[in-house]
Write a protein that binds this ligand. Structure first.
Ligand code: ATP
Ligand code: MG
Length: 538
C-alpha cells in the first residue's frame, strides 16, 4: 500500500522516544520517585544522598530501569551482569533483594521491581530520563520533568486539552472518564505539560496501574512527590506534607483502586487549597469536588461523506491511523482508492485510538485489504505498550474483571444488540434466566458508569450502545456461555416485536423523526446481526 501525503516523517516522533538502552541513553540519568540513578557515575541517590549498592546490583538496576515496563528474562540479566563468570539464579535473586531493600520496594506503596512469575523481572516505576545531573538540570526540563515522556505525538484533542485545563483551573479537581484506550492518559499528560509553567513545574504523575493494594494509594502519591510516609495514617500525613504547596497531581488509572483513590483525592481536595487533582479513570470517583469530563472517541469520516484521501485525512482518527502505519512501514501515501477502506476501518473501530493503533500495526504487516478482510481485532498486538494495551482483549479484560457478577451477566446478554438499544430492550433480552428488572437496571447503570456502555438521550428516553469492539468482546463472553441460545432467541423476539410495532406508536416513543430513522436503522441492523449470529452459532 501507499499512504502519506500529509504526514511528517515518523522519525520526528520517535526522536523523543525513551529507547531503553540505546547507545545515547547509556550515560543518561534516570529519576524515579525520590531516586536518581546515574549510569555514568554508577551511583544511586535518594534525595541527593548516595545509597550503598554493590557493582552487580547497580548493573542490574541500570539495566532494568533503562527498559521500564519490559519483562527481562532472568537469563538475559545474568548474561548481562555476569558476562565473565557462570552464576546460578540464586545470585541474581540476592542482588535484586538488595536493590529492593535500597529502594524501600514494597513499603508505603512503593513498587519498582516486579517479579513476573516464570518470565523475569520488570521495572514498574515511572522513569523520567534526566539530562545531565540534578544540579545541571535546566529550568525548562524541571517544568516538565515529572511527567513521563510518551513516545508519541498527540493528534487532535486541542479543544479537549484547553477545556480540561480551564475546568481544572476553575474547579481544582477533574476526572477524565472514558473506556480503555480512548486517550485519557494521553490527554492528562498533555494537560500536565500545558499547566507546568503555571504550577512552577510542580506537576506530578502518579501511575496507579501497577498498584495492586489499595492501602498503598497515599504512599504511591507520596513516592511520586518524592516524599516518604511514616505514620499509621498515610492520607493525613500526605495532606500535612503538601498543605501549603501549589501542586498539580495527576492520578492515572484509578478504576481498579477506585475507593481508596476516592478517599485520598477527597482528603487532598478538602483539606488543601492549592493542590489540584486530575484523575483518569474508566469510572468516576464520586466524591466531593470532583468534576467529570467524558473523553469521546476521535472524529471519524461519517458514512456517506466524501471519501477521497484528502477529505478523510481531515479527521483525527484517520490521521492517527496513517501516522501509526507510517511509523512502522516507513513513508506511505494514502490513495483515493484506499481511502474508503481506511474510513470504514476507523468507523468500525469507533474512533478508539488504541484500536486504531493496533489495527495500524496489522496493516503495516499485512497490507490494508488483507487486514480489512480478516479483522481479528481482539487478537491484534502492540508490543511496546503497557501490558493491558497489548491487545484489545487485554484492555477489555481489565474492565471486565472490575465488574460485579450482575454487571457481567447483563453485559454478555446485551451483546446481540447492534447500535442503540433501550432499557426496555435490555430488560426483555437480559430479563429471562432469573435477573429481575431492578437488577438489570442497576447493572446497566453500572456498565455506563464503568464506561462499557455509551448513552445518548433522545427526547423521550435514554438509549444505550456497546462500542463495536466492546460488543465483539461481549459476544465472545456470551458464546462461551450455555445461555447463548436463549439470549439470542430473546433478542430475535424483541427485534421482531419491535419491527412489527406500528410506526405511529414508535413515532410517539421517539418523537423526532431523525431519531426514529436512526432507531429503525439500528433495529434493522440488529435484525441482520441476529440472522448472522444464528448462522454462526447454529
Ligand atoms: N490523541 C491521540 N493521538 C495519538 N495517539 C493517541 C491519542 N489518544 C490516544 N492515543 C494512543 O492510544 C493508546 C491509548 O491511549 P491512552 O493510554 O491515553 O488511553 P486510556 O484512555 O488512558 O486507556 P486506559 O483506560 O487503558 O488507561 C496509547 O497508545 C496512546 O498513545
Ligand atoms: Mg490510561
Amino acid at each position: 500500500m501507499g499512504f502519506a501525503r500529509m504526514i511528517e516523517h515518523p522519525d520526528k516522533y520517535t526522536k523523543s522516544m525513551p529507547r531503553a538502552m540505546a547507545d545515547d541513553d547509556i550515560h543518561r540519568n534516570l529519576q524515579f520517585g525520590p531516586f536518581e540513578l546515574s549510569s555514568r557515575e554508577r551511583v544511586l541517590r535518594r534525595d541527593g544522598v548516595v545509597l550503598p549498592l554493590g557493582g552487580r546490583a547497580l548493573d542490574i538496576l541500570i539495566y532494568l530501569a533503562g527498559r521500564p515496563g519490559e519483562v527481562i528474562a532472568k537469563q538475559e540479566l545474568i548474561d548481562h551482569v555476569w558476562s565473565d563468570v557462570t552464576v546460578e539464579e540464586g545470585s541474581l535473586r540476592v542482588h535484586v533483594a538488595a536493590i529492593r531493600k535500597a529502594l524501600g520496594d514494597g513499603q508505603f506503596g512503593n513498587r519498582y521491581i516486579a517479579n513476573i512469575k516464570g518470565r523475569g523481572y520488570s521495572f514498574v516505576g515511572t522513569v523520567i530520563p534526566l539530562t545531565g545531573n540534578t544540579e545541571s538540570r535546566n529550568d525548562k526540563f524541571r517544568h516538565q520533568g515529572r511527567l513521563p515522556v510518551r513516545p508519541v505525538t498527540m493528534i487532535g484533542r486541542e479543544t479537549v486539552v484547553s477545556e480540561v485545563s480551564d475546568k481544572l483551573r476553575d474547579e481544582r479537581f477533574v476526572t477524565l472518564l472514558g473506556p480503555g484506550g480512548i486517550g485519557k492518559t494521553t490527554i492528562a499528560l498533555a494537560v500536565g505539560r500545558t499547566a507546568a509553567e503555571e504550577f512552577g513545574g510542580e506537576v506530578y504523575f502518579v501511575d496507579l496501574e501497577s498498584l495492586t493494594d489499595p492501602r498503598h494509594v497515599a504512599g504511591a502519591v507520596a513516592t511520586s512527590l518524592g516524599l516518604a510516609l511514616k505514620s499509621k495514617d498515610p492520607g493525613l500525613e500526605l495532606v500535612d506534607l503538601v498543605r501549603s504547596q501549589k501542586l498539580l497531581v495527576i492520578l492515572d488509572s484509578c478504576e481498579h483502586v477506585i475507593e481508596a483513590v476516592a478517599l485520598v483525592a477527597e482528603q487532598l481536595y478538602r483539606e488543601t487549597e492549592q493542590v489540584y487533582l486530575l484523575t483518569t479513570s474508566r469510572e468516576s470517583l464520586k466524591v466531593e469536588g470532583e468534576h467529570c469530563y467524558r473523553v469521546l472517541p476521535l472524529d471519524c469520516p461519517p458514512d456517506g461523506s466524501e471519501q477521497t484521501a484528502n477529505a478523510i485525512l481531515r479527521y483525527p482518527a484517520v490521521q492517527l491511523f496513517v501516522r501509526r502505519v507510517a511509523a512502522r512501514a516507513g513513508s506511505v501515501v494514502l490513495t483515493d482508492e484506499e481511502a474508503p477502506f481506511v474510513a470504514e476501518m476507523c468507523r468500525k473501530l469507533d474512533g478508539l485510538p488504541l484500536a486504531i493503533e493496533l489495527a495500524a500495526g496489522q496493516v503495516a504487516a499485512l497490507g490494508l485489504k488483507n487486514t480489512v478482510a480478516r479483522f481479528e481485532l481482539l487478537k491484534l498486538s502492540h508490543r511496546t505498550a503497557v501490558p493491558r494495551h497489548r491487545t484489545l482483549k487485554a484492555t477489555l479484560d481489565w474492565s471486565y474483571n472490575l465488574l460485579s457478577d450482575g454487571e457481567r451477566i447483563v453485559f454478555r446478554r446485551i451483546a446481540p444488540f447492534v447500535g442503540h438499544f433501550t432499557l426496555e430492550g435490555a430488560r426483555y433480552v437480559a430479563g429471562e434466566l432469573g435477573a429481575g428488572t431492578g437488577e438489570i437496571f442497576d447493572a446497566i447503570a453500572g456498565l455506563v458508569e464503568k464506561s462499557l456502555i455509551t448513552t445518548r438521550i433522545d427526547e423521550t428516553q435514554a438509549q444505550y450502545r456497546l462500542l463495536d469492539t466492546t460488543r465483539a468482546y461481549a459476544l465472545e463472553k456470551l458464546e462461551q456461555h450455555a445461555e447463548v441460545d436463549v439470549v439470542l432467541r430473546r433478542h430475535a423476539e424483541y427485534v421482531a416485536g419491535y419491527l412489527a410495532t406500528p410506526d405511529l406508536i414508535r413515532a410517539k416513543r421517539c418523537s423526532n423523526r431523525r431519531a426514529l430513522r436512526r432507531d429503525e436503522l439500528d433495529e434493522r441492523r440488529n435484525h441482520q446481526a441476529e440472522r448472522k449470529l444464528h448462522e454462526i452459532t447454529s
